[in-house]
Design a protein around this ligand. Structure first.
Ligand code: FAD
Length: 403
């Protein structure tokens, strides 16, 4: 009789080298039943929560880890290519350049893309911080204005009152001031505006959370435009609820859309355009395709913590299935929301507990460490974490010594 050891390994193909995909591959690598392939369209993992550091003067080392480093001496085949489609009948994943890959199980964790909602001029005239290239572009622009041309903007505008926009708005003023001081440039007053379409910041959170963050941002000198809709952008200004605000630096953090890999022809979407999944996070009606992280319609999708949780859940059930044990049904886990706002201050929402201030900021540092530890070994996680904490003594753009 054939034993479990004799049965061929299950071909598990994971798409996406982000939080969900990397975590799924790392957890699966601990099992002996799977032959693992990870497909990602870029060779690095992005630690998004630290991307804004990169935009405001930090090195990209803060927020990027190479997949080769993450999977060195792990039984995971890494293919850098773009997944284009699924051949469900033949059970193959089709790639842009490489030949199709056969799968028994497919785990999709492709993340979201920036959405400009068709607002005229916005895409061409705004900066983003969703990729390293975007963060670097913004950093070079800020640096060029300040240091090379000695022409800081009158207004720096951040659009989007969610966690990303808030973190950036809270950080950018201090970065500009610091950059002027360190490059011996006469101080000039700059204005930071934060624009949000809803009446409060953090619209998905209880109102007191948004209000506390609003007070903190105002204290930092950030001007808030609440209940204000972006209607258009040009190289000179942003039009907000019918009024122009002059600026050469518009940073768009307000819109995300599901990955274009998920088409209405092949997947069914919820009202917010996430892919509908069953109680095992499988595509409805397909027992071999799992959708996790930002792509799936689950109550807390849109958070790194959820993507990691989903990855663990799927791997757990693959193991149970292999062992012939009944699978567990998905139970959503509410994430802890930590939003830093300026130096040594963060808002924390942990279930019914709301904290803010320096303690929140300490928790944020602990959460960063935990997130690195979820993906790396203790020495690697410690080193990566230290780069986020440590200040650079060279300007990351012009390499000037900063003292
Ligand atoms: C600036 C910013 C700050 C954030 N801060 C926080 C925070 O503080 N806390 C928190 O919990 N969450 C935070 N998030 C959200 C968090 O980063 C996401 O929820 C998380 O990354 C989702 O993980 P994922 O695996 O679904 O997608 P991602 O991590 O986005 O990974 C998707 C991967 O798929 C790859 N990919 C895309 N298309 C293809 C394709 N066709 N073929 C092959 N590969 C493809 C991408 O290159 C990427 O590697 C933040 C997000 C941003 C943008």
């Amino acid at each position: 009789m054939a034993s479990k050891q004799d049965t061929p390994k299950q071909k598990v193909v994971i798409v996406g080298g982000g939080f969900g995909g990397v975590r799924a591959a790392l957890e699966l690598a601990k099992e002996s039943f799977a032959d693992i392939t990870l497909v990602s369209d870029r060779p690095e993992f992005y630690y998004y929560p630290a991307l804004y550091h990169t935009a405001t003067g930090g090195s990209e080392v803060h927020s990027v880890i190479s997949l080769a480093q993450l999977f060195s001496n792990k039984p995971v085949r890494v293919i850098i290519d773009t997944a284009t489609r699924i051949d469900r009948l033949g059970k193959h994943l089709l790639l842009k350049d490489a030949p199709p890959i056969e799968y028994d199980k497919l785990v999709l964790s492709l993340g979201v893309v920036t959405n400009y909602f068709g607002i005229p001029g916005l895409q061409e005239n705004s900066y983003g911080i969703k990729t390293i290239a975007e963060a670097e572009q913004l950093k070079r622009h800020l640096h060029a204005q300040l240091i090379a041309q000695h022409e800081p903007d009158l207004n720096y505008i951040v659009v989007g009152g969610g966690p990303t926009g808030i973190e950036l708005a809270g950080d950018i003023g201090a970065y500009l001031k610091d950059a002027m001081r360190k490059h011996h440039i006469t101080h000039r007053a700059v204005h930071i505006d934060l624009v949000e379409a809803m009446p409060h910041l953090m619209p998905r959170m209880p109102k007191p959370v948004g209000r506390a963050i609003e007070r903190r941002l105002r204290k930092l000198g950030v001007k808030l435009y609440l209940n204000s809709k972006v209607e258009g952008a040009s190289a000179e200004e942003l039009t907000v609820s019918g009024k122009p605000i002059r600026s050469h630096t518009i940073i768009w953090t307000a819109g995300m859309a599901n990955n274009p890999f998920f088409t209405a022809q092949d997947f069914t979407f919820s009202g917010r355009k996430k892919v509908l999944v069953d109680e095992f996070l499988r595509q409805e009606g397909n027992k071999d395709i799992f959708i996790i992280g930002d792509n799936a319609e689950t109550p807390y999708s849109g958070m790194a913590q959820t993507a990691i949780y989903d990855a663990d859940f799927v791997v757990h059930n693959l193991r149970f299935e292999h062992e012939g044990r009944p699978k567990l049904a998905y139970r959503p886990k509410e994430p802890v929301y930590i939003t830093p706002v300026g130096h040594e201050w963060a808002s924390v929402v942990w279930g019914d507990i709301h904290l803010r201030g320096k303690f929140g900021w300490l928790l944020r540092n602990a959460a960063d460490f935990k997130a690195f530890l979820d993906l790396e070994s203790l020495p690697q996680a410690t080193e990566q974490w230290a780069t986020v904490l440590n200040h650079q003594d060279l300007c990351p753009v012009c390499q000037t010594k900063l003292v």
